[in-house]
Design a protein around this ligand. Structure first.
Ligand SMILES: Nc1ncnc2c1ncn2[C@@H]1O[C@H](COP(=O)(O)OP(=O)(O)O)[C@@H](O)[C@H]1O
Ligand code: SF4
Ligand SMILES: [Mg+2]
Length: 317
């Protein structure tokens, strides 16, 4: 099955997230997927479709005005049922997360070395000196020739690309089994993107880290992901092996996303993403879909299995 795999490391089942306000926003309406050990699953889709909400819901980092339903099973435990104390143990130690803005994620008042050494000191009770030398060792492994210098640097002294690599080092100091990377390349130039890609590939090969990769850069996704889940308006509309999605996408929205790639001629998808406080009736993509039938405007398609992949579209029912 493409949406789920046997012996999954992470299994997300029917995840729903609501934000209460003047109008309730249903940011996620029943998201299900799984990630196996050392597997990379990418979440793609236009801005506002709910990718970051998925990441924050898994890590239990959503704001208090949110309501979350469903199951987020990690190594057999439902994270949504754990106490905050138990969750603190999971964050960083078993699941690492890197956000899109490294300058905000790194603390400006502490040195890079301090921020890399802190998790070792706190969680593994390593002595400060030893934790610091392990931090320098981690940077050396990442190809920083003068690693012992860099541990004394502060985030504001470094470029965005370097800080993003420091952030990856900080998020993986404790060898988490799963790393969630939410738009890790946003704002980085081509050279930094390529370094980031090398770093993420190394984690997968050398440390067998599983990765939930969120990125709007489909070229980056194509080079890194084993499987791809395409999201639209708070739902998964297609999930399959990366090569199937890129070579023969099924859902009209997936096809549209790929057509907007430079090599396919930058053809934009007409129309706009719908509001999540009042999504369209029937298939959420119907107002923008050139293949819609009357049936699509009134009925909501399920995510259906087809040849080992899953798609949410009446064309395949
Ligand atoms: N704190 C919040 N309060 C209210 N609505 C939110 C909040 N965070 C996210 N949302 C809603 O969830 C939707 C998905 O957001 P997000 O996951 O950040 O999208 P993206 O796919 O760009 O990462 C947004 O369009 C917004 O409507
Ligand atoms: S269900 Fe209908 S409207 Fe929705 S994507 Fe498929 S063809 Fe288009
Ligand atoms: Mg986001």
């Amino acid at each position: 099955m493409s949406a789920g795999i046997v012996n999954a490391l992470l299994e997300v089942k029917d995840l729903q997230v609501f934000f209460k306000g003047i109008k309730t926003i249903t940011a996620l309406s029943g998201i299900s997927f799984s990630i196996g050990e050392s597997e990379t699953l990418a979440l793609v889709g236009e801005t506002g479709c709910g990718k970051s909400v998925v990441a924050h819901a898994i890590m239990r980092l959503l704001p208090s005005e949110s309501r979350v339903k469903g199951i987020v099973k990690f190594r057999g435990k439902n994270l949504l049922e754990l106490s905050e104390k138990e969750m603190i143990e999971i964050r960083g130690k078993e699941i690492g997360i890197i956000f899109q803005n490294p300058s905000l994620a790194l603390n400006p008042v502490y040195s890079i070395g301090h921020q890399l050494a802190e998790p070792l000191h706190v969680h593994r009770k390593e002595k400060k000196e030893r934790a610091l030398s392990m931090a320098a060792g981690a940077l050396k492994n990442m190809g920083f020739a003068n690693a012992t210098e860099y541990v004394r640097y502060y985030p504001s002294w470094c470029s965005g690309g370097m800080n993003q690599r420091f952030l990856i080092a900080a998020s993986t100091m404790l060898d988490p089994a799963l790393l969630i990377a939410d738009e890790p390349g946003k704002g980085l130039d081509r050279k930094c993107m390529s370094e980031l890609e090398t770093e993420l590939k190394k984690l997968k090969v050398e440390k067998k880290t599983a990765l939930l990769l969120i990125s709007h850069d489909l070229g980056f996704v194509k080079r890194l992901a084993d499987r791809v889940a395409v999201m639209y308006a708070g739902e998964i509309v297609e999930i399959a092996d990366s090569s199937s999605v890129f070579e023969s996408p099924l859902h009209p929205y997936s096809k549209g996303l790929l057509n907007s790639l430079p090599e396919k001629g930058f053809i934009p998808i007409p129309g706009f993403s719908p509001s999540l406080s009042n999504p369209p009736s029937g298939c959420r993509f119907h107002p923008r879909c050139s293949l819609r039938k009357m049936h699509c405007t009134e009925n909501h398609p399920d995510l259906t299995e087809i040849n080992g992949r899953a798609v949410r579209c009446f064309l395949y029912h």
